[in-house]
Ligand binder design. Structure first.
Ligand code: HEM
Ligand code: HEM
Length: 169
């Protein structure tokens, strides 16, 4: 539960921050974007290990097959998205020669050639950049479906799916 809400809030914030930086060329916020992304990656890895060990929480009641399948697919997309977003960001920055820093602590050095940051592996950096950009619409659709699902359970089916994730049952 704690991991779900921590990662959910940070991911939604990071989607907005990333889009804001890109749309407004607010590059002074990029170190913040990168640092939060690197920090949350540790929690995301922890959660992925938990999911591999324990699987996903089982559904309450007996939902129709299609509804159950949709919920599972969305959960898997959300989990993969939370993993691939920061990973692609780190690869894009490191392989782009721009280094990696966590709130000012250098984790991966910049590749300075002739006084300017120079890509180490431009193909890999480009691929990671394409993945980082392509994940945005996919994650927005998945998050919207996921929230609609949570409201549907709470308001229409009136079961404890949301209450269970809020620790109320
Ligand atoms: C926690 C996960 C993250 C999310 C949800 C996220 C989200 C985003 C979004 C939505 C954009 C704008 C993309 C667009 O408008 O096409 C963006 C851009 C960017 N992000 Fe992230 N990001 C995350 C982690 C990271 C990390 C860890 C780094 C690097 C260490 C990073 C580096 C960048 C860079 C360099 C851009 C500029 C766009 C580009 O060059 O393609 N991000 N991010
Ligand atoms: C306000 C927004 C959100 C609400 C109300 C919400 C609600 C829920 C609920 C009720 C469950 C339990 C489903 C069940 O028991 O079958 C759940 C599971 C899950 N949620 Fe969310 N969620 C939200 C945002 C997010 C976001 C932003 C992400 C990821 C980016 C996310 C990822 C997941 C995943 C992967 C699961 C599967 C179980 C797990 O791995 O913990 N959720 N969510």
């Amino acid at each position: 539960m704690a991991l779900h809400w921590l990662i959910a809030i940070v991911m939604i914030g990071m989607l907005i921050l990333g889009k804001y930086i890109d749309a407004n060329q607010a590059y002074h916020l990029m170190p913040l974007h990168k640092s939060i992304g690197i920090a949350i990656f540790a929690f995301i890895l922890w959660r992925c290990v938990l999911r591999l060990q324990k699987g996903f929480p089982s559904a309450l009641g007996n939902p129709p097959f299609i509804q159950h399948l949709l919920a599972k697919v969305v959960h898997i997309v959300l989990l993969l998205g939370t993993f691939l977003f920061p990973l692609s960001g780190m690869i894009m920055s490191a392989m782009g020669g721009r280094g990696l820093s966590l709130f000012g602590i250098e984790l991966f050095a910049m590749n300075i050639v002739d006084g300017k940051p120079t890509p180490i592996n431009p193909e890999l950096a480009g691929l990671a950049s394409n993945i980082h950009g392509a994940l945005l619409p996919i994650m927005i659709v998945a998050i919207v479906l996921h929230i609609i699902g949570a409201i549907y359970h709470h308001r229409v089916v009136k079961d404890d799916t949301l209450n269970r994730m809020l620790g109320r049952v």
